[in-house]
Design a protein around this ligand. Structure first.
Ligand SMILES: Nc1nc2c(ncn2[C@@H]2O[C@H](COP(=O)(O)OP(=O)(O)OP(=O)(O)O)[C@@H](O)[C@H]2O)c(=O)[nH]1
Ligand SMILES: [Mg+2]
Length: 445
């Protein structure tokens, strides 16, 4: 795998600035910390990105997102992984959020992605609210929702509370998908990403976090896929075909891998290449592609050559293999793109080595069910909670220690309490209650 880990590397058929020039216009609404970090990588490649967060310091960390596209949810500093607090922050900033939803960049983009980590309070709360309201401002694509999401799912090592948050967020997103009220949702399975990058990153000197690796690889992958739809060819994979896939309600995974000149192109090796593309992708992998796929695409881009790396008949075999790989999807899209700029264009001012000896396979699939690992994790949380409850009720039968007898002994420790120890000294007796009343309960965007 060719990698340049210090910064985002784009493939030889596009320049860094081509992100701006492609015809397809994506818009990203990046929520919370994960959203912001991932959004910043998309902004680096020239996409329109809005960042929304309760946390001032997360927003200050953004390096590329335009300052005027940063929305601070006022009155909060972080949601402390509390979804209700995140929801309150969105509702308290209703006007700002409505302003964002009505921004021409959000309304007119070809596709809008809401980005959020499913483990926290801010992004988790904001994502279902934004997705539920995008249908009011977005024109459908061919009758399908022209917006979706990119969400990270906690790894196995993360706390149960974080996983429970993810269960909440995913259940709302699943509901939207089932109601055809949201297009494709790209799942970043942090467990897969961490395990996959451990091997890659340990082979390099570059100091890079697995999260940074995942964020920049996904940004590059989606940018390349979007760009290749605008490349002319006799067998194109065009903008509308990509939009057709992205607008399909379900869980999206995309992959990429190289095909070298001397790689065998017979049936089995083509199937392995397809599997490899998904396996090495920053998006989740362990879907039941065969039975759960509902839409997808396969595209090959290669340098224009007298003896092309992938011949027309080899490509037909690849299409056929891909069709079987995602058998349940009835109309996957495909394209074979010959590119004459390859190897001749410059990146970051340096002339790239001619890369005339490889082709690139891009794959994408939308599935109707979550990946196996994540479904299992959600079931395990249920089980852990049931076991905990069972243990609690078991221990209720034990005689419990009665501490009430010690109540009269003077406290020697400082303990924070909101109740006045002596009501005579309570200056807040009259006004204290008024603060707890919640007037905003019925706020809906
Ligand atoms: N893949 C990936 N996951 C991330 C990244 N940053 C955070 N996460 C994951 O996101 C989840 C936590 O969500 P955050 O985005 O930090 O939460 P938040 O939306 O800021 O919410 P609050 O902190 O409660 O305000 C955890 O599961 C993290 O593992 C990142 O850069 N990449
Ligand atoms: Mg945060």
């Amino acid at each position: 795998m060719e990698m340049n880990l210090g910064f985002i590397t784009l493939e030889g058929f596009m320049r860094r600035n081509d992100g701006n020039r492609k015809k397809l216009k994506f818009c990203f609404i990046a929520c919370g910390q994960f959203g912001g970090r991932q959004g910043d990588e998309f902004a680096r490649l020239g996409h329109k990105v809005f960042a929304l967060n309760t946390s001032e310091s997360d927003l200050a960390d953004l390096k590329v997102v335009d300052k005027e596209n940063i929305l601070k949810l006022d009155g909060y500093n972080g949601a402390v992984k509390d979804i209700e607090r995140g929801q309150a922050a969105v509702k308290d900033n209703r006007e700002k959020v409505l302003g964002l939803l009505n921004n021409p960049d959000v309304v007119d983009a070809d596709f809008v992605f809401v980005i959020a980590g499913m483990g926290g309070g801010t992004g988790n709360a904001a994502a279902p609210i934004l997705l539920s309201n995008l249908s009011r401002v977005r024109k459908p694509f061919n009758g399908k929702p022209s917006f979706g999401a990119i969400v990270s799912v906690p790894g196995a090592w993360e706390k149960r509370g974080i996983k429970k948050n993810a269960r909440w967020g995913l259940s709302h997103i699943d509901d939207l998908i089932k109601k055809n009220a949201c297009g494709s949702v790209t799942i970043i399975d942090n467990d897969k990403l961490f395990n996959m990058t451990e091997g890659i990153l340990s082979d390099t000197d570059t100091k890079l976090e697995w999260t940074d690796y995942g964020n920049s690889t996904l940004a590059a992958l989606l940018t390349e896929v979007a760009f290749l739809t605008s490349l002319p060819s006799s067998k194109t994979f065009d903008e509308d075909e990509l939009l057709d896939v992205l607008s399909t309600p379900g869980y999206f995974s995309s992959g990429k891998c190289y095909i070298h000149e001397d790689d065998p192109m017979e049936v089995n090796s083509l199937t392995s290449l397809i599997a490899k593309s998904f396996r090495e992708s920053p998006t989740a992998n362990d879907y039941d592609y065969e039975l759960d796929a509902v839409n997808g695409f396969v595209a090959v881009v290669h340098p224009k050559h007298k003896n092309p790396i992938v011949s027309d008949s080899e490509f037909r075999t690849l299409e056929e293999r891909f069709g079987r790989y995602i058998a349940n999807a009835e109309k996957p899209h495909s394209g074979l793109i010959e590119n004459s700029n390859w190897g001749t264009i410059t990146s970051r001012g340096r002339v790239q080595e001619p890369e005339t000896n490889k082709a690139i396979l891009y794959t994408g699939v939308v599935c109707s069910a979550l990946p196996e690992r994540i479904a299992r994790m959600l079931q395990e949380i249920d089980q852990e909670e049931q076991e905990l409850e069972a243990k609690k009720s078991e221990r209720k039968n034990k005689p419990s220690l009665d501490l009430s007898a010690f109540k009269t002994i003077a406290k020697t420790e400082v303990a924070a309490t909101r109740e006045p120890v002596n009501s005579d000294f309570d200056l807040f007796a009259e006004t204290g209650k008024a603060n707890t009343a919640d007037d905003d309960d019925n706020f809906k965007l």
